[in-house]
Structures are given as structure tokens and as C-alpha cells.
Write a protein that binds this ligand. Sequence first.
Ligand code: ATP
Length: 258
Amino acid sequence: MENLKQHIINKDESVISITGLFKSFDEVPVLKGIDFNLFKGENIAVLGKSGTGKSVLIKIIVGLLKPDKGEVIVLGKQVDKLSGKELDALRIRIGFSFQNSALYDSMNVYQNLAFPLTMNVKNLSKSEVDYAVNDVLDSVGLANKSKQMPSDLSGGQRKRIGIARTLILKPEIMLYDEPTSGLDPITSAEIIELINEVQQKYNTSSVIITHDLTCAKNTGNRIAMLHKGKFLKVGTFDEVFASDNEQVKGFFNYNFIQ
Ligand SMILES: Nc1ncnc2c1ncn2[C@@H]1O[C@H](COP(=O)(O)OP(=O)(O)OP(=O)(O)O)[C@@H](O)[C@H]1O
């Protein structure tokens, strides 16, 4: 990818700020006092075992679930106080890359990419849509795939198109849900590289939900280790790796890092 911007993390500007967040389902606590800041231009990898509340946290950030207690501010807005219309306006500024890529199987790659753009931005000319589609395809390294159907793409290529589909709306925040799950190590490494290129080219701030230590280490400017609904440790990979906490040490002992 060419023309990478000088990348800056601005620690004076939080794009996501969460304080004292609690969430239970049927009186079973899932999130038990989360404090979390994502700075402008930063990638945070939220690392944790299955069932620790990673997806619940993401759903609260985008307003799909309401917190029981606590404050969740995204791009300056208190999410649980927004009307449906205000929430829609906020969500356009957030790109969500789903675990299964969530492409429309009956549409080719071009149509999959053009669809969110024409749905959200009115009165675009055909050449403007063509330009935007080609630009994001180029960004994800699949410039020649516009006519292919999703079923003809590899798993890694589908992930790339899923990421391209969120980039086409130029999001300020990217949320990646298990971006490397189901991929072989080489394809995982390519997706990791793409996440870092997106951070630089689009100057996004990102939350990368993962249980893949290699992904967390290589994409996260900071790592937030979630365990049973609480952050055990938040810091650079080296800081988290050096933690004395038994749960953190246990997680590293059971997982292989490249
Ligand atoms: N809508 C819901 N109603 C009831 N329980 C829920 C709901 N959503 C999540 N949970 C529960 O919250 C807990 C955390 O779920 P969550 O999906 O956030 O885990 P996760 O860390 O994302 O796991 P995975 O890595 O397997 O996706 C689970 O016990 C789950 O059953």
C-alpha cells in the first residue's frame, strides 16, 4: 500500500471513553466494572477467552445493548442517551468488521462494496461510486476482484472484502471481531498487516477483539486483557506480558505467540 500518512496517536483525544460499565443478563453479571479509553489513532486489542464479554462490550459501544450502569462515550456522544436517528448517524462513523465477513452471497464484490455507500450517501454519480469501490479494493490489495462472487473468494479474501466494505464509508473507528479466526498463519499475518495499514492510511482508531495472541501483539498499540468481565491489565504488549497476575500469566502460558 502506498502513500501511508505519518501516524500519530493523540493521547489528549479519546474516541471511546468508558467508565464504570456493568452489564448483567438475568442477574448473571457479564461486565463487572469496565474502564476503557481508546485514543485517537490508536489500536487496542481486547484479548480474552471465549465467553468473557468481548462481544457484549462491542455491542454496548455501538448501542446494540444498553449498560446497566456506567458511562459510554463514543466520538463525544453518550451512546445510551441517543435517539434511534442519532444512533444511526453515529454508527455510520464506526466500521464493524464481522467475524464471518457478512458479505451478501447473491451480490458480486463490486455490488457488496457499492451497496453500503449508495445506501448511506445520496446522489453519488456512477463514476464516484466506481472510484470509491476501486479505491477500497486497492487498499485491501484486491484491485482485480470486483466481478467475483463471495463464494469464489478464499477466507482471507472474504475478510479483506469485509474490511473494504466498512472502509468505503471512511469510518473514524474500526471494530474488528476476531479478524484472524479460521485463517492459516500466513493469511492471518496478511490480515494483521492490513489492519495496521488501515490504521495508518485512514487514521482510524480501532478495537480488535481477539483471542489470538499473535494478532493482539502485532496490531495493538495497547492490549486490554479481559477476564470474567473485568480488565486484568491494560498496557503495551510487553507491560501485559510482564504482569505478575496469575490469570494473565496463565493466558500467555497456554497460547503460542509468533
Ligand atoms: N443477549 C444476551 N442474553 C443473555 N446472555 C448473553 C447475551 N449476550 C451475551 N450473553 C452472555 O454473556 C457472556 C459473554 O458473551 P460474549 O458473547 O460477550 O463473549 P465473548 O467474550 O465475545 O466470547 P466469544 O469469544 O466466544 O465470542 C456469555 O456467557 C453469554 O452467554
